[in-house]
Ligand binder design. Structure first.
Ligand SMILES: NC(=O)c1ccc[n+]([C@@H]2O[C@H](COP(=O)([O-])OP(=O)(O)OC[C@H]3O[C@@H](n4cnc5c(N)ncnc54)[C@H](OP(=O)(O)O)[C@@H]3O)[C@@H](O)[C@H]2O)c1
Length: 220
């Protein structure tokens, strides 16, 4: 499969490398430093290359959005109005959660005025895309590890979306990264998954398993 990565930082870089290793053709995009993107593509191997977000969208069957949510509109909207149509019929996976910079909470959820999730916002911006939420309840450190195997168990990835015909594709992309996919329902569930990401990070901080070397956190 051809996969476009929009946002090639901790999450996009790690998942893109795993997909390239699994045999997918990957385009890394959306960095302020093109050399960084090229270096990432080189380390990911011959199945990967660097490109612009426009190329990553136009030349892919599936797209991962691993951005700061504040710039979604800039990337999907005003910079290239035809990108919405380029996304038509394609699987678009959002792993985004709008956590505050100090991880003390998030800027969406029950306590705010916003009614919809980031993934639903993406679906509104690209109505013909097959938008899913996935990978937001893992850590980039786990995706970047040599293996996602915890003894006999694999970490679970909850995913949700409204397009039945694309669920198998999303499950394959999750499995190709070494995780176990769990269908959590329609895209409306992304409101809960994105909120849960805040709890997830708080749990990791409270249990001192966040950022300490050798420690890993897993839901199985
Ligand atoms: N980190 C995790 O463990 C984790 C886990 C699950 C979900 N998520 C979610 O995944 C999303 C991405 O997180 P991340 O940790 O991968 O972030 P990150 O490492 O900061 O990556 C953000 C990407 O956006 C690019 N970018 C381009 N223009 C930018 C700008 N003006 N300002 C900031 N970044 C810009 C960055 O490129 P350059 O820096 O090269 O310019 C980078 O490729 C977030 O919504 C987060 O909630 C993260």
């Amino acid at each position: 499969m051809k996969i476009g990565i929009i946002g090639s930082g901790n999450m996009g870089g790690s998942l893109g490398k795993l997909w390239a290793k699994a045999g997918h053709q990957v385009i890394f995009s959306h960095s302020r430093d093109l050399q960084k993107l090229k270096h990432l593509a080189t380390t990911a191997g011959t199945n990967a290359r660097a490109g612009s977000p426009g190329e990553a969208i136009a030349q892919s069957d599936a797209v991962l959005l691993a951005l700061n949510p504040a710039v979604i509109e800039e990337v999907l909207g005003t910079t290239a109005l035809d990108q919405e149509s380029q996304l038509a019929g394609k699987v678009v996976i959002s792993c985004m959660s709008d956590l505050k910079p100090d991880f003390t909470g998030q800027t969406i959820g029950i306590a705010t005025d916003l009614k919809i999730s980031i993934a639903e916002t993406v679906q509104q911006m690209a109505p013909a895309a097959h938008v899913f939420e996935a990978f937001n309840l893992t850590f980039a450190e786990i995706a970047a590890s040599e293996s996602r195997q915890f003894g006999l168990d694999k970490p679970s990835i909850f995913y949700c979306g409204d397009h039945p015909g694309s669920r198998a594709t999303v499950e394959t992309l999750i499995e190709d990264c070494g995780y176990q996919p769990i269908d959590a329902g329609g895209l409306i569930v992304s409101r809960s998954l994105e909120t849960l990401a805040s709890v997830w990070v708080q749990f990791a901080i409270a249990s001192q398993k966040f950022g300490s070397s050798g420690s890993r956190v897993v839901i199985v």
